[in-house]
Design a protein around this ligand. Structure first.
Ligand SMILES: [Zn+2]
Length: 55
C-alpha cells in the first residue's frame, strides 16, 4: 500500500465514526447528537480514536 494522502485516509476512517462506550461497536454518524449504537442501542458514544501506527 502506498502511503499517500494519509490525512485524507485518516479523515475517511475516523471522521464521524463513533464508538459505543458500552459494547465498543463502531457507528458512523455525522454528529454525536441523536446517535444510537446499532448493536445495543446505547446513547453513550465517543469519537473513535486513531489507530496507533507502527514505528
Ligand atoms: Zn453498543
Amino acid at each position: 500500500m502506498v502511503k499517500i494522502r494519509d490525512a485524507d485516509a485518516e479523515a475517511r476512517m475516523y471522521k464521524n465514526v463513533f464508538v459505543c462506550m458500552k459494547c465498543n461497536a463502531k457507528t458512523k454518524g455525522k454528529t454525536k447528537l441523536n446517535l444510537k449504537c446499532r448493536k445495543c442501542g446505547a446513547k453513550a458514544m465517543r469519537l473513535a480514536k486513531k489507530a496507533v501506527k507502527k514505528a
